[in-house]
Design a binder for this molecule. Structure first.
Ligand code: NAP
Length: 583
């Protein structure tokens, strides 16, 4: 426990600042001021990264007008030296000279690294304090999460207005260490704690609830000034950080990779839409023991399970639904009030649900490509509905094993052109963005009434493209993704999922990703070098609108351009609880 007594300066600053401080960086003062002028309209608390400028001292005077024009802005000036993880190549004396001039320009606070504070003479540090500017002393550890109390004590010795402790999360447990540290220090209202790194997202969202005075965010996606930083709008609108309180239930997606997962956008949108006080986070880990500890200690009320934990989690569940047990994998865990974990497999419904909307499955001839996790969900789910299932897999033995376990058939590629199916389901990663494998099927193999590609990124996979060319109706992987997520939402909340809104937001995010990728590709071409950065012009991913007009999910176009002619229209979703409640 610390006996920290905030100074008048820190009390004044606290009355001005918000939960989120937006870090602004740029190559020139004009660029920084332009970005700050945009950012301040939504979030008036800024960190100006002077160390990104070539000559910060010369640029300082340019900020005077910005503060005169934006009196609501509260700004921290940071000129972190490269030795401490920043970009400023100058000496400690040069850093001090810059920071000492910040008050006169209009800045409210300066960020001084602990290493610099410790290297300065007392009198020099006093000169900085005499300018009347707020002093934040920070420590960044890029190697891991070590001795937070020790770092706190070293910073506290200088009696700054704010103490900033920033380790790196190398594992999920590092978030827990930081959160417990913040909770332990909860009588210190001027402490800021965040874990850097992709595994540290939990601390960025839950840190403020645990006692961090505020947190840091990037101006937009692509403008991060620290590893794992989240864009301000995402933090405020997707994660609703302003509303995260002690009663907020925590959910997440556990596995690796999860950084680019669309589940947080989809689930947080659903929570927001249905006014559920809950937040859904990326839980980056390959170590199940870390996840189980986090689930117990935070606590986490439920989580989606993705690669590589879907099978491993089974041994730690109190009970599962019968299909998860037969498949040997589970993608949804609910933590009951007694702390015990219960498993479900909503991937199955994500595959059979969309198919069932289009055709009766009993007796249907269905070809499943692949024999991995998604294929197992497809095969067992379809067999449960009495479909006649054929499996084609790169490794024949795995297909044979799955066929034996599920009462299905295997089929060879050469036999496809002479066979016909009611549906073909692709449950391999072939066609996924970044996957360079050649298409599995040619036009002559598509003797089917329907194609269902479980891959959802890109929006139009080569298989869907082929189906479109052949005028074969198709279902895209987004529908599975949203359907399985909607069932998870229902298991966790007991409420019908806002499936149409979930579909809309995922589609929007995928389109934005595609636009960004295209803009970045264009930017990397020499003749396009003059254009503004794609990262700067891109809108933040998946900004949820307050009251979007619901569209029937299955009719939503799966292609960025025009509505695809042959995407199938499902029959009324008799068994779809979300659809039922909308009527
Ligand atoms: P998995 O367990 O790794 O299984 C992959 C399967 O694809 C295996 O049967 C593998 O064959 C086969 N395969 C991999 N590369 C191949 C290639 N180049 N040529 C032919 N076959 C290949 O993966 P999973 O979890 O089942 O996921 C498969 C795909 O489904 C994912 O990539 C994802 O795009 C999609 N998916 C979508 C959703 C959704 O919500 N829409 C959900 C889950 C999965 P071998 O047995 O020979 O290795």
């Amino acid at each position: 426990m610390s006996l920290y007594v905030p100074s008048h300066a820190s009390q004044f600053l606290r009355s001005r600042i918000a939960n989120v401080c937006v870090a602004i960086a740029g190559g020139t003062s004009a660029e920084i001021i332009e970005k700050a002028t945009v950012a301040v309209k939504e979030t008036p608390f800024l960190e100006i990264r002077l160390d990104y400028l070539e000559k910060p001292l010369l640029a300082l005077s340019k900020f005077k007008q910005f503060f005169a024009d934006n009196t609501a802005a509260t700004a921290i000036a940071t000129c972190r030296r490269s030795a401490n993880g920043g970009k400023f190549a100058g000496s400690l004396a040069a850093e001090l000279e810059i920071l000492t001039k910040c008050a006169a320009v209009g800045f409210h606070m300066v960020d001084l690294e602990l290493e610099s504070a410790e290297a300065l003479k007392k009198a020099d540090l006093q000169k900085l304090r005499d300018t009347g500017i707020g002093l934040l002393i920070s420590h960044h550890d890029f190697t891991g999460t070590h001795d937070l109390d020790g770092i706190f004590t070293r910073i506290e010795a200088f009696h700054p207005d704010f103490i900033k402790v920033v380790p790196t999360a190398k594992s999920l447990i590092d978030n827990l260490t930081l959160i417990q540290f913040l909770e332990r220090m909860n009588d210190n209202s001027n402490l800021i704690g965040i874990c850097m790194g992709d595994a540290g997202i939990i601390s960025r969202v839950l840190g403020v609830r645990a006692g961090s005075a505020f947190t840091f965010a990037a101006a937009t996606v692509g403008e991060e000034t620290g590893p794992g930083q989240i864009a301000a709008r995402t933090l405020l609108e997707t994660y609703r950080i302003d509303q995260v309180d002690a009663a907020t239930k925590v959910y997440g997606v556990a596995g690796n990779p999860v950084r680019s997962s669309l589940s947080p956008i989809m689930m947080n949108t659903a929570f927001r839409r249905e006014t559920v006080n809950a937040v859904y986070l990326g839980l980056l880990t390959t170590r199940l023991s870390d996840l189980l500890k986090l689930v117990h200690d935070i606590p986490i009320q439920g989580f989606s399970v993705t690669m590589p934990l879907k099978q491993e989690i089974m041994a730690h569940l109190e009970r599962t639904d019968p299909l998860s047990a037969r498949i040997g994998a589970c993608n949804t865990v609910l933590r009951a009030q007694d702390g015990k974990l219960y498993g479900f497999n909503t991937d199955v419904a994500g595959i059979t649900g969309p198919l069932e909307k289009r055709m009766p499955l009993a007796g249907a001839r269905i070809l499943v490509l692949g024999a991995g996790g998604a294929a197992r969900a497809a095969v067992f789910g379809l067999r449960e509905k009495d479909a006649n299932v054929f499996i084609l897999n790169r490794t024949a033995e795995t297909a044979q094993k799955l066929a034996r376990q599920s009462g299905s058939h295997t089929i060879r590629k050469e036999a496809l052109s002479k066979s016909s199916f009611d549906a073909i389901v692709n449950a391999t990663p072939v066609g996924m963005a970044g996957n360079k494998a050649a298409p599995l099927l040619e036009a002559r193999d598509l003797n089917t009434k329907l194609v269902f590609d479980l891959v959802y990124n890109p929006l139009e996979t080569p298989l869907i493209h082929l189906a479109r060319q052949l005028s074969i109706p198709f279902i895209t992987g987004i529908e599975m993704f949203v359907h399985q997520g909607a069932r998870q939402f229902e298991i966790w909340t007991g409420k019908p999922a806002p499936e149409e809104e979930m579909f809309r937001v995922v589609l929007h995010a995928l389109r934005q990703q595609a636009e960004l990728a295209a803009a970045e590709a264009a930017e990397s071409k020499p003749e396009a070098k003059q254009k503004p950065s794609a990262k700067l012009v891109a809108k933040p991913a998946a900004k949820p609108k307050a009251e979007p007009k619901p569209k029937p999910a299955a009719k939503s176009p799966a292609k960025p351009a025009a509505k695809p002619k042959s995407e199938t229209k499902p029959k009324p979703a008799a068994r779809n609880s979300a659809a039922k409640t909308k009527k």
